[in-house]
Design a protein around this ligand. Structure first.
Ligand code: EPZ
Length: 420
């Protein structure tokens, strides 16, 4: 099993290109099921999760091709299966996003229940409640969700009980082909939702309001083909910014949208970073200084993202002062704490949702284990800031969300090797 070997201490310096966003690519690829015509997706990141989604589309009978420029073309005509099996859904929860498009277009779908995962129980009740509101008959049986709408979905007012990114995405896609008008209320406003909305509009959906809490969709009878470029990955971008800050370094990211990074950039400034932004770039300079501890609290966009909580904790662990970190989205997203403490951090957990981080003068290398995607990247940051050589085990988690992480870190001066 691959490991990362990281020798810390060097300040990260240089320029990096940000990849396409995993969390935009996955729903958008699921959305290709809404049309019979070819759809071309560019800037999709080369990640294990994207391959899993392409495999799922292939299992359903879609034609998937990748050209020499690594654009993905999907033609989802004459599907042979309307079933997403447990074997695929258990490896990647985002597989559940095929449910909405399949029921909307084919009037039936069976998708395995995703079940719990490392970061929490993560139910899908809001997805199912919304589909029922659109007229689907939904049954949960033998570990599968079986949804049926033989005469098609019908537009409705849908009120989500909580803000859910995946729930909003599944229902946006389903409503595109429903008869009449759907209004989705209490929607997630994440930039990835906006990317999906733009993609659906390109395919001919009559959709507005995405990026706000209320999305209005007038169903169309048929959607067309089209081309779409995936937005830059704001979480990957944020991870490299935090890594540079934790090492006292200086970095310029290109192919990035600074507007999607607002909450993080403000916290980095409070930590002592000088931030400069342009149309499609962000520059961070710590001028060699040790970071200052900053309190953070996760919340839905535009608040501080849960997907950057672990990485910011790594920064706070070597900062001057004490900080509190509150995780409000997932109930089990502090698994990196024990591993960081193995590296010499001084972090106390108070229940499931609060951590108190007492900044230490230095971290020291130790063998550690990756537990989930973002926890893994936080350990990479801690290792880059630590004295000595740290080995991080189970890095398959990192490969789900970070394209060629060791190469990118080497490019900015990180002493990082992949070893088996
Ligand atoms: C998306 O997951 C992202 N995944 C996650 O990124 C991200 O952490 C999360 O949104 C929050 O921003 C993808 O986009 C593929 P949610 P999702 O539905 O859609 C509860 C990463 O590291 N909930 O917004 O599954 C749920 O349990 C990943 O890249 C219900 O109770 O997240 C959670 O507590 C990890 N019922 C909260 O809502 C539902 O029906 C938010 O979950 C749905 C969700």
């Amino acid at each position: 099993m691959d490991k990362l070997s990281i020798t810390g201490g060097a300040q990260l310096r240089g320029r990096l290109r940000v990849s396409g966003a995993k969390n935009a690519a996955l729903p958008i690829l699921a959305g290709t099921l809404l049309t019979d015509e070819p759809v071309t997706i560019s800037n999709a990141p080369h990640l294990h999760d994207v391959t899993t989604m392409l495999e799922l589309l292939g299992c359903l009978g879609a034609q998937v091709a990748v050209d020499e420029k690594l654009n993905v073309e999907v033609t989802a005509k004459n599907l042979t299966e309307l079933l997403a099996p447990y074997e695929l859904v258990k490896t990647m929860r985002a597989s559940f996003l095929v449910l909405g498009p399949l029921v909307a277009k084919y009037g039936a779908a069976e998708v395995s229940l995703p079940g719990g995962c490392a970061i929490g129980s993560r139910p899908v009740d809001q997805h199912l409640k919304g589909l029922e509101a659109l007229g689907a008959a939904v049954e949960v049986k033998d570990g599968y969700v079986k949804a049926r709408a033989a005469n098609g979905l019908v537009g409705a007012e849908v009120y989500m009980d909580l803000v859910t990114v995946g729930g909003t995405e599944n229902l946006m896609m389903a409503a595109c082909l429903a008869k009449g008008t759907t209004r989705l209320h209490n929607c997630a406003c994440e930039p990835e939702i906006v990317d999906l909305g733009n993609f659906l509009a390109t395919l001919g959906a009559d959709i507005s309001g995405y990026g706000t809490p209320t999305i209005e969709i007038h169903g169309v009878s048929k959607m067309s083909g089209g081309q779409h470029r995936i937005m830059p990955d704001r979480i990957e971008a944020g991870t490299y910014l935090i890594a540079a800050a934790a090492t006292g370094g200086s970095i310029k990211l290109v192919d990035v949208d600074a507007r999607t990074l607002g909450a993080l950039l403000e916290k980095l400034q409070q930590a002592g970073a000088q931030i400069t932004v342009g149309d499609d770039w962000v520059e961070l300079d710590m001028h060699g200084a040790r970071p200052i501890a900053v309190d953070i609290e996760t919340s839905p966009y535009p608040g501080f993202p849960t997907d950057m909580q672990a990485q910011f904790m790594a920064l706070n662990s070597i900062a001057q002062g004490t900080s509190t970190i509150r995780e409000n989205i997932f109930e089990n997203r502090f698994m990196h704490v024990q591993e960081m403490n193995r590296l010499g951090a001084n972090i106390e957990l108070h229940g499931h949702s609060m951590a108190v981080v007492h900044g230490v003068d230095e971290l020291r290398a130790a063998p550690v284990m990756a537990t989930d995607l973002r926890a893994s990247s936080s350990l990479v940051i801690a290792a880059l800031a630590a004295q000595g050589t740290t080995t991080i085990d189970r890095i398959y988690h990192i490969d789900r969300g970070y394209e060629t992480i060791e190469e990118k870190l080497q490019q900015i001066g990180g002493a990082v090797q992949r070893v088996s």
